[in-house]
Write a protein that binds this ligand. Sequence first.
Ligand code: AMP
Length: 279
Amino acid sequence: MQVVTTRAELRRARATLPESVGVVPTMGYLHAGHVALVARARRESRSAIVTVFVNPTQFGPNEDLARYPRDIEGDRRLCLDAGVDLLYVPAVEEVYRPGFATTVDVGPVARRWEGERRPGHFVGVATVVTKLLNMTRADRAYFGEKDFQQLQVVRRLVADLDLSTEIIGCPTVREPDGLALSSRNVYLTPAERPRASAIYRGLTAASAAAAGGERDTARLRAAIEAPLHAADFRIDYVAIVDPVTLEPLDPVDRPARALVAARLGAVRLIDNIALEPPR
Ligand code: AMP
């Protein structure tokens, strides 16, 4: 596995890789969710690149940039074990050079939900993803459904800007109790950790209700919110939306997505699930 930190090194190393190339963009502190993306990349491409970059421009002023968990040695080992060919770990100055001024604003799909609660977040995400796809010149890029709005934002930007990378969404990897793996789960206290599975209980309840013919958005949202209230979450939003535009959907008479953001103590968690009404 080659490990590089500059764009020049990346370009040289990229030229040695057998085609085709898959990339998994990450912010590091890698876990089994990231490894699943790498495994998929390796199945579908001859070479796999992982990028580790905690992108400052996607964090708001009151967010956790400074304390975002980092463990580059652990990440390196995990990538080596997963069969990654090239690990790119640029410094902030390497990605944002003096005079940097251009940003990517993806429009309505980035406005609601996370976009509303985290102003500037998706401009940061869209800009850095555009840059990483250009720097790595990957044929395919792998993103988790865990960050469902991010996945739709990336699909939109790649279509709109005529980028040639194919975007592949991958299912969310979960703990045995259903909690979606996340680098931020380390912030949960031992007392909070078991309560965190309430999100998945709510989502699966809504998914089962929708599959059973429930079309009423308010009742589907209530099914998600009940276990969250019981576990003392503070809810940011619970939304039932069109899976491409992320506009609210009512009634749920076609495939939809349920989105949740909620806080447990100091930790903000997001998750989502597919809703498939009977035909
Ligand atoms: P992050 O390092 O959190 O920015 O995530 C990097 C990529 O891994 C994103 O495409 C995430 O959606 C994806 N990812 C994070 N957690 C999971 C998970 N539990 N299952 C699948 N993919 C994930």
